[in-house]
Design a protein around this ligand. Structure first.
Ligand code: ZN
Length: 474
């Protein structure tokens, strides 16, 4: 075991033309193949020997070649709270962890992405310093005429959908909305064909729970009961039925809400759900008191819940597994006091999501094809990046070419590729993370699977490299 991944990183080339592996993760399964890259796109996927005589072949042997991870749930916080996390640090951490596309949440930066002006500010803040591709969510904080106009402008400007909170968000400039306001906004987003993504905890259920205080993790857990998630998911299913808006439940932690998700899917409702690596890794019984780096909302729950989340994944109930990377400063995480009542809720993990999920997945008999479905093609499909389209390229468009798609090793897709050693293991040393702050609940844990190289459109994106990320528009 080494401090961080890993062997071979230095010898993989800066740019790839043909990559050959005995283990290429393709949508239909894993097999030996050669992946051909021209101008940043995958132009062919052939038998390993079927390569032009003059091609520069990068043979990675038995290392896995898989698609870049698409993380649709990331809080970058720049501008306004750049001391929490910024575009340079978040995207370098992403690239180091095999993530080639992130979609930035509309809150925690100032201004929040609730107007075209704010989106313009955030795009300007990101431009020129991103190591991976970056798209944006817009935010729903009301449904009066002015707000609906903002949503339409944001939609036209290429946001990937809109986020709303049903319970307080934690920052005053991004107020939560009632179900009535969400319904009004959703009728609007439905007409636009836009996705609406929701922090789904019922404020009424939360209000009836005891407030969190002190160093005991159990206090935090009791303050955010599973019933709050279950009630909110049931309300969203009803809303999906009445408005036909495409609704997506963010960071589901409570497995008991999966009954409602299953019922919605069986009814053909346009409702999807995601979960996060930390809900699939940690259990409440093992969180030490005072360990506020584990605080997030909804909370990490008990072991039986974790097993049921894995059952839900296996059953295909989740559209994706995304990190909800949401860092803050050590002071805001109440690292000194360990007080769960005052600590910022949010877990920093973007560099570790892929090995964290693989570590658990392999023990439960899942393959990297499954992991790629949960972390690459699933999230890409959720936001419309899974198939080539006219949008998706804020960088060097102008030639009329279709933008590449994300999340799959397939002809026409962007050559966003990860060389992954599934047999490597490492102990997480937070000082080696590229996040702005060395704070993560994964510190000291042994994770399996090492990202040896990350390619964005055929060029290395990890390490201290030129920044080749592009701003994405839907
Ligand atoms: Zn979040």
């Amino acid at each position: 075991m080494s401090g961080m991944p890993g062997p071979g990183r230095a010898v993989l080339p800066e740019t790839v033309e043909v990559v050959r592996s005995s283990r290429v993760v393709l949508p239909g399964g894993e097999r030996p193949a050669a992946v051909h890259v021209t101008d940043g796109r995958i132009t062919a996927v052939t038998a390993p020997a079927d390569v032009p005589a003059d091609a520069a072949v990068t043979d990675v042997g038995d290392l896995v070649l898989m698609p870049g991870v698409v993380d649709t749930h990331v809080h970058v916080n720049e501008p306004g709270r750049t001391e929490w996390e910024g575009f340079a640090t978040a995207t370098r951490a992403a690239a180091a962890g095999g993530v080639t596309t992130i979609i930035d949440m509309p809150l925690n930066a100032i201004p929040p992405t609730t107007s075209l002006e704010a989106l313009t500010v955030k795009r300007a803040a990101a431009a020129g310093q991103i190591a991976v591709d970056v798209g944006f969510w817009g935010g729903i904080i009301g449904a009066d005429a002015r707000r609906l106009h903002d949503l339409a402008e944001l939609h036209d400007a290429g946001v990937f959908g809109f986020k709303a909170f049903l319970a307080p968000s934690g920052v005053e400039e991004f107020p939560h909305v009632s179900m009535d306001v969400l319904a009004a906004a959703s009728r609007h987003t439905a007409r636009m064909g836009a996705l609406t993504v929701v922090h789904a905890e019922s404020p009424a259920v939360l209000a009836s729970a005891p407030a969190a205080a002190g160093r005991a993790f159990s206090s935090w857990l009791r303050s955010r009961p599973p019933a709050a998630e279950k009630a909110a998911v049931a309300s969203l299913a009803a809303l999906a039925a009445s408005t036909e808006a495409r609704l997506h439940v963010l960071h589901l932690a409570a497995a008991e809400a999966l009954d409602d998700v299953l019922a919605a899917l069986e009814a053909g409702l346009p409702l999807t759900v995601e979960t996060c690596p930390h809900y699939l890794t940690f259990v409440a019984e093992e969180v030490p008191d005072g360990a506020t780096i584990f605080k997030c909302a909804p909370p990490i729950r008990e072991r039986p819940n974790l097993d049921r989340l894995w059952d839900g994944l296996a059953a295909g109930l989740f559209a994706g597994v995304v990190t909800d990377h949401s860092p803050a400063t050590p002071a805001l995480k109440s690292v000194e006091t360990g007080d769960f009542g005052t600590a910022w809720g949010g877990i920093a993990s973007i560099q570790l999501g892929l090995p964290a999920v693989w570590t658990q997945a392999r023990r439960r008999g899942h393959s990297l094809v499954d992991v790629a479905r949960w972390m690459c093609s699933g999230p890409a499909d959720l936001v419309g990046l899974g198939t080539p389209g006219p949008g998706g390229d804020g960088g060097d468009g102008g030639d009329g070419a279709l933008a590449g798609s994300k999340g799959r090793i397939a002809v026409g897709a962007d050559a966003d590729l990860v060389v992954f050693d599934p047999e490597a293991s490492f102990v997480v040393d937070p000082q080696l993370l590229r996040h702005r702050h060395p704070l993560t609940p994964y510190a000291g844990r042994t994770l399996e699977g090492a990202v040896l190289a990350t390619y964005l459109r055929g060029h290395r994106a990890d390490g201290d490299r030129p920044v080749r990320g592009r701003l994405l528009a839907r």
